[in-house]
Write a protein that binds this ligand. Structure first.
Ligand SMILES: *Cc1c(COP(=O)(O)O)cnc(C)c1O
Ligand SMILES: [Zn+2]
Length: 402
């Protein structure tokens, strides 16, 4: 059984009851889930995991759902870590691997957050949820809400990839488009929450999706046999997965499964929307709103993240870094990885590949490091990233005359 004993505020230290429906701390900070890790340490052994299902719920004791009957699952997690030998040679990394989150239900790692967020919403008796989304979170939450019998309203930028609109609609969510960015969508959801009594599941205003994304770190630790890699490259929008992995490693150390060494956590953003990178380079511990955000990697189009200070803290504490790459480099990396590794990755995942040369140049990465890049979603959700035209044949096989 998962046993969330409290929610705590990483800004002001306030603690509160996990069994009340909550959003932000009164001080404005996101809330994080606390467990009785001493109890987990004395009752759970690594070898207990061996017989468990190959999904992210194998870490049940470190997840916040109390009663298995509230579980809303589509088989998310336990995605493969694949060696990228040829791509590593091209880039100058001897031990490059890719964790392929494109294999998750709904095609992205947003499934992890949605599975936990929706399960916990069900457990707390929430029946109507609303959220702003850059695209994939809306799709994932729509799928899990459909399965959990929860009503969902999503608001997304009008120019969100078509597939994200269609999938959310297919799962029965109410979909609104806004002439603006995810930050504008967030304000509209805020008004709807006040008017209609919806539960606000905006990124990090909801304390549980980070617990789902935390399983990325738990899985990487187990897949590396509890000897963590030297670096993890993460395409950061709101940065939830990066904060989640950082929390995962702290919890694993608290239960005695790993030591104090951490992988460098590296946030990769797009040049057209890089508030975390700008803050990191300026030595600041929070970011400024990024005006005019634009990038093909739609999941990275978050002009100001609520958890920016936690992302920057995680980077600083692990000796990590933050770098931005161009859209042209992202699109080139999508093609290159597809052609030499047989993996059609999403533009966000491709951004991490494109960041490698700069990270080697600055010495953040060394050629012998074990480096994990997170491909956060399937390229199949982004048909617009590949331009192609094909010769058309007549029915008898001759090249058509037009
Ligand atoms: C949402 C998303 C991201 C960024 O995730 P954050 O938790 O917001 O940092 C990266 N890649 C894809 C495919 C996404 O959908
Ligand atoms: Zn607080």
């Amino acid at each position: 059984m998962g046993d969330p004993i409290a929610l705590f505020c990483p800004s002001c230290g306030e603690r509160s009851d996990a069994d009340f429906i909550q959003n932000l701390c009164p001080c404005g900070s996101p809330l994080l889930v606390e467990y009785n890790l001493d109890l987990v340490r004395s009752t759970l052994k690594k070898q207990d995991l061996a017989g468990r299902p190959a999904d992210m719920w194998r870490y049940w004791e470190l997840l916040p759902v109390r009663d298995r009957r509230n579980l809303v699952t589509l088989g998310e997690g336990w995605t493969p870590v694949l060696p990228l030998e040829r791509m590593g040679q091209e880039l100058g990394l001897q031990r490059l691997t890719l964790k392929d989150e494109g294999l998750n239900p709904t095609g992205t790692f947003k499934a992890r957050g949605a599975a936990v967020g929706v399960s916990r919403a069900k457990e707390l008796g929430i029946s109507r949820v609303a959220m702003p989304t850059a695209g994939n979170a809306g799709g994932a939450w729509a799928g899990y809400c459909a399965r959990g019998g929860i009503e969902l309203t999503v608001v997304m930028p009008e120019d969100t990839p078509e597939m994200n609109k269609i999938e959310a609609h297919a799962y029965g969510a109410r979909v609104y488009l806004v002439k603006g960015l995810i930050s504008d969508a967030g304000r509209i959801v805020g008004r709807g929450v006040a008017q209609h009594g919806w539960f606000d599941a905006s990124t990090l205003k909801e304390p549980y999706r980070i617990e789902g994304k935390k399983t990325l770190g738990l899985e990487i630790a187990e897949q590396f046999e509890w000897d963590l890699p030297e670096a993890i490259l993460y395409p950061a929008g709101g940065g939830v997965g990066l904060i989640g992995m950082w929390k995962a490693f702290d919890e694993l150390e608290a239960i005695g499964w790993i030591g104090p060494r951490r992988p460098k956590l590296i946030a990769v953003q797009a040049e057209g929307c890089a508030p975390i990178v700008r803050a990191f380079e300026g030595g600041h511990m929070s970011s400024e709103f990024w005006a005019g955000a634009t990038t093909v990697a739609s999941g990275l189009r978050v002009p100001k993240a609520l958890g920016d200070f936690l992302v920057l803290r995680a980077i600083a504490e692990t000796g990590g870094s933050a770098v931005a790459v161009s859209d042209a480099a992202i699109l080139a990396a999508v093609q290159q990885v597809a052609r030499i590794e047989g993996l059609f990755i999403c533009p966000e995942g491709a951004a991490t590949v494109a960041a490698v040369p700069a990270l080697l140049r600055t010495g953040v990465l060394r050629s012998q490091d074990r480096v994990v890049i997170l491909n956060t979603g399937s390229g199949l959700k982004y048909p617009q990233t590949i331009r192609a035209s094909f010769p058309v044949l007549d029915a008898d096989g001759a090249i058509g005359s037009g």
